[in-house]
Ligand binder design. Structure first.
Ligand code: PLP
Length: 392
């Protein structure tokens, strides 16, 4: 039977650059000792107090249908957190609780894009962005950012692509580049959004993982609260990737329409997960401790990789990865990652999995214990130096 063009078109066809990831997984399943530095997932489980709250709520009987927009107490906690961190007045009515940030990204595009609308996003990008935009019926338009700019978007490039567009999706701190957008960058982004009457969708799921600079939410810039939808999540900040707990913050009218969407799609997030989220947000030490691990590993990666032959470390200002320029080896990011996997059983993501702007790069997730990470980075650096020497 024929399926809809919409669903057939979600992947966009062609290779998505994730072959490396699947090959590493298959090698591991076949019993090989592969070290995976691929996906952005913690090497520890959700902290105990959060799990205790989840268990207590579930065993107390909170296993029925959830309230679709989210529990009042959780919407209040998210609103208070956002107001406190950004200075923008935020009420529970500005918050929709979603099953993770990913569902928030989809809901946001569904809310603002009509079928066929151009929806801008930046390249390199988090792997689901183009598919999410297509799933919402819109047309993804990638705007390149450049390694020489530290992958900060240029307002002129955005302006050039913005004519006729409906939305612009930005992500700071950024996956995969580790860039934290400066105030100048975000003022440029906001200027383009206002000038072209765009909705700004701001993916801030790494807002607690900032190593340099400060996280600025573009919703806080003049005239932006009315046209910005902020996507947040407890996945990265609280090691809750499997719990699927996130949110969208935006104008009340847009949130009300997204509640309609949630009613016909997700029907909310399990109440026992939401109760755990309330406990998580009430204990800031939990997120500080999680972030400290990635900061320490970022420093470790900088110490091991900076100044090495054959690779260039891009300064990771946030998130949980480092991006390495391996063009000196004359290999593509894909070629490098496959060769490293073959030679040393170390899996890193080719930059090409995140768009063309990161071609010739690889992304290393800082998601194994420090000693194993250090050894793997040392091996990677020697491998890059040897390949660069061969290429010279
Ligand atoms: N946005 C970015 C930039 C991400 O890296 C991820 C996950 O890796 C997500 C959104 C989705 O996160 P969640 O687990 O909250 O759906």
């Amino acid at each position: 039977m024929r399926l809809s063009q919409r669903i057939e078109g979600i992947t966009g066809g062609g290779s998505d650059g994730w072959d490396l990831f699947y090959r590493a997984r298959a090698m591991k399943a076949a019993g090989e000792a592969v070290l995976e530095l691929t996906v952005g997932e913690h090497d520890w489980t959700t902290p105990r107090p959060i799990l205790d709250a989840m268990h207590a709520a579930a065993t107390a009987g909170q296993t029925g249908y959830a309230v679709v927009p989210g529990l009042c107490a959780l919407r209040e906690a998210v609103a208070a957190r956002v107001a406190q961190r950004t200075g923008v007045a935020t009420a529970p009515e500005n918050v929709l609780i979603t099953p993770g940030g990913q569902a928030g990204l989809f809901a946001a595009h569904m809310a603002v894009c009509d079928p066929g609308d151009r929806a801008l996003h930046l390249d390199p990008y988090y792997a689901t962005y183009p598919g999410t935009i297509r799933a919402a019926g819109a047309v993804p338009v990638a705007v390149e950012t450049r390694p020489d700019d530290g992958f900060q978007p240029r307002a002129a490039d955005l302006g050039a692509a913005a004519t006729g567009a409906r939305s612009l999706l930005v992500n700071t701190p950024n996956n995969p580049t580790g860039a934290v957008y400066s105030r100048d960058t975000l003022e440029g982004v906001a200027e383009v959004a206002r000038a072209h009457d765009l909705w700004l969708i701001s993916d801030e799921v790494y807002d607690t993982h900032v190593w340099e600079g400060t996280h600025l939410s573009p919703r806080a810039l003049p005239g932006m609260a009315e046209r910005t939808l902020v996507v947040g999540s407890l996945s990265k900040s609280h090691a809750m990737t499997g719990s699927r707990l996130g949110w969208v913050v935006g104008p009340e009218e847009a949130i009300a329409r997204m509640i309609d969407l949630a009613t016909v799609t997700t029907y909310g997030v399990p109440t026992f997960i939401q109760q755990a989220g309330i406990v998580a947000l009430g204990q800031p030490a939990l997120e500080r401790e999680g972030a400290a691990v990635f900061r320490r590993r970022r420093d470790l990666a900088t110490r091991v990789l900076e100044g090495r032959e054959g690779l260039r470390l891009l300064p990771a200002q946030g998130a949980m990865y480092v991006l390495l320029d391996v063009r000196a080896t004359r290999l593509s990011g894909e070629g490098f990652a496959h060769a490293l996997l073959d030679a040393h059983r170390i899996a890193v993501m080719p930059g090409e999995s995140f768009g063309q702007a990161a071609a010739g790069h690889v992304r290393v997730a800082l998601t194994v214990a420090d000693d194993r990470l250090e050894a793997a980075l040392e091996t990677l650096a020697r491998f890059a130096a040897a390949r660069a020497a061969e290429a010279a």
